[in-house]
Design a protein around this ligand. Structure first.
Ligand code: 5GP
Ligand code: ZN
Length: 143
């Protein structure tokens, strides 16, 4: 399904032209218009899924193999030294475009600024146990 109000549906399906780095029947990979680093790209499924909660397993299963292949290609093409893969889900997590996308962010050894970062917090063994038990005992109803 496509969403006629979704900018990434329009880009992924060619309604809005984009200079794609890659395209197949399921995905398009484009350069981000507000890049974190040189070559920052977005991997977009052509079908509309708002986020990780909604993406179909069959499509999700293709995302990481494609990211792996493209990371190798982009590393050779751009001469980067590493990669961050980032995927935001929900406004509170920083998602601003509500069509599933994987950020592919090339990293360069000479660039010292932190791009994907957090300040490590603290947690006790008891708190870890409680959180792990919560998830282990949580059941989902799936169709
Ligand atoms: P999010 O914050 O949802 O994880 O990431 C959205 C990303 O999409 C941002 O990095 C933003 O720069 C990028 N973006 C938003 N609109 C456009 C657009 O029209 N074209 C392209 N190429 N990137 C976009
Ligand atoms: Zn969409």
């Amino acid at each position: 399904m496509k969403d006629s109000n979704c900018i990434f549906c329009k880009i992924a399906n060619g309604e809005i032209p984009a200079n794609a780095l890659y395209e197949d029947e399921d995905f398009k990979i484009i350069l981000d218009r507000g890049p974190a680093t040189k070559g920052h790209a977005l991997l977009l499924p052509k079908e509309h899924y708002a986020n990780l909660y909604e993406i179909e397993d069959e499509t999700a299963a293709k995302v990481l193999p494609l990211a792996k292949k493209m990371a190798a290609k982009m590393t050779k093409a751009f001469g980067c030294d590493g990669f961050n893969l980032v995927q935001n889900n929900g406004e509170c997590a920083g998602q601003t475009v509500f069509h599933f996308h994987l950020h592919m962010i090339p990293r360069y050894a000479e660039e010292k600024e932190r791009i994907v970062c957090w300040t490590p917090g603290e947690i006790t063994e008891e708190e870890i146990d409680v959180l792990a038990e919560k998830v282990k005992h949580c059941t989902l109803i799936t169709s």
